[in-house]
Design a protein around this ligand. Structure first.
Ligand code: HEC
Ligand code: HEC
Ligand code: HEC
Ligand code: HEC
Ligand code: HEC
Length: 191
């Protein structure tokens, strides 16, 4: 390569790199601008009183979402399973190495058992998804229309800790309703 080619090549390459950087930057910023992440819930999910991993239960043990979130296709709330349902698999007799193989599992399950006491105390799970009280959301019609959990909650079965992945702000709800012929009048979602 002669030096004149190099002299021309350097600014050309430099300018292209700058252009690419500017382009990517613009994309990132505009994507954020059109769909800004809400302040809470995104990023990392809240810490839970017991490190309950959906990964192990859904992806490894192969449990169906509705095995635990029983009312999701019939009611407003999906509901979190009661302790008694955990004990169906994690009862006292099963804690000694039979069901739990890892040390973390042993520790977490011991917490679960310790929390039970007498009489049984419910576990105070921290909410990940939470709409304001003036908004009405009902799971049932969504599930009955064949909208999958992952459409709104992401791939829960791959999450060690549940975190929010979709903002589900008013615009998000209304956009989907409009696109799918679902009602968009205020009283649909507001009391
Ligand atoms: C159309 C979006 C959408 C779909 C589809 C959806 N959810 Fe939800 N889910 C939400 C919203 C919004 C909330 C928060 C509701 C509130 O705060 O009142 C929520 C809350 C929850 C909660 C915690 C509160 C509760 O209702 O008990 C669980 C558990 C849950 N969803 C599980 C599921 C499962 C399992 C499925 C699939 C069978 C599913 N969701 C499908 C939007 C959705
Ligand atoms: C249908 C059976 C079943 C039910 C119901 C069940 N689990 Fe599990 N759980 C398992 C299996 C299988 C494992 C994997 C055990 C192992 O190999 O460590 C597991 C593992 C765990 C672990 C350890 C995870 C790790 O890191 O290895 C915790 C904590 C746990 N379960 C909590 C709960 C809680 C809390 C509930 C109730 C909300 C619950 N489980 C309900 C079957 C179940
Ligand atoms: C073994 C029982 C079990 C199974 C199976 C299970 N979950 Fe859960 N789920 C829980 C428990 C316990 C919590 C509360 C602790 C947490 O947030 O991790 C929870 C929390 C959630 C939340 C967050 C609720 C909130 O606070 O807003 C969502 C969303 C959810 N589950 C969706 C699903 C989906 C989707 C599936 C199937 C892919 C599924 N779950 C399978 C037990 C289960
Ligand atoms: C992925 C698309 C989608 C998203 C996101 C969505 N919805 Fe829906 N929603 C639907 C569809 C489709 C129906 C209509 C079901 C039917 O026709 O029975 C529906 C029905 C409803 C209903 C029952 C309406 C009625 O009277 O039958 C309520 C309430 C509701 N949605 C509230 C919400 C709220 C609040 C949000 C946001 C937190 C939301 N939806 C997000 C698709 C969505
Ligand atoms: C499909 C569901 C849906 C419909 C339809 C809907 N909203 Fe909402 N709205 C929500 C949700 C979810 C929130 C809470 C999240 C947020 O602030 O965006 C909300 C929040 C609000 C708020 C509070 C905003 C704030 O900053 O706290 C007002 C005011 C409001 N809606 C008015 C309306 C009016 C007026 C209509 C009719 C033109 C309407 N909504 C229709 C879902 C809906």
């Amino acid at each position: 390569m002669n030096s004149r080619v190099v002299k021309i090549a350097i600014p050309v390459v430099g300018a292209s790199v700058l252009l690419v950087v500017a382009f990517v930057g613009w994309f990132v910023i505009s994507a954020w601008w059109s769909n800004p992440p809400p302040v809470l819930g995104f990023g990392e999910g809240p810490e839970q009183p017991i490190a309950f991993p959906h990964t192990v239960h859904v992806s490894d043990a192969g449990l169906d979402c509705q095995f635990c979130h029983r009312t999701v296709s019939t009611d407003e709330a999906a509901t979190i399973p009661a302790v008694a349902q955990c004990l169906f698999c994690h009862g006292f007799d099963k804690i000694d190495g039979r069901l739990s193989t890892s040390e973390t599992a042993q520790e977490e399950l011991a917490k679960l058992i310790a929390d039970l006491g007498e009489p049984q105390q419910p576990i105070n799970w921290n909410r990940v998804y939470r709409l304001p009280d003036h908004v009405q959301f009902v799971h049932a019609p969504h599930i009955q229309q064949g909208i999958s959990c992952s459409t709104c909650h992401g791939e829960i079965g791959e999450m060690q800790v549940v975190k929010q992945v979709r903002n589900l702000k008013m615009r998000d709800c209304v956009d989907c309703h409009r696109d799918n012929g679902a009602p968009t009048d205020c009283s649909t979602c507001h009391y």
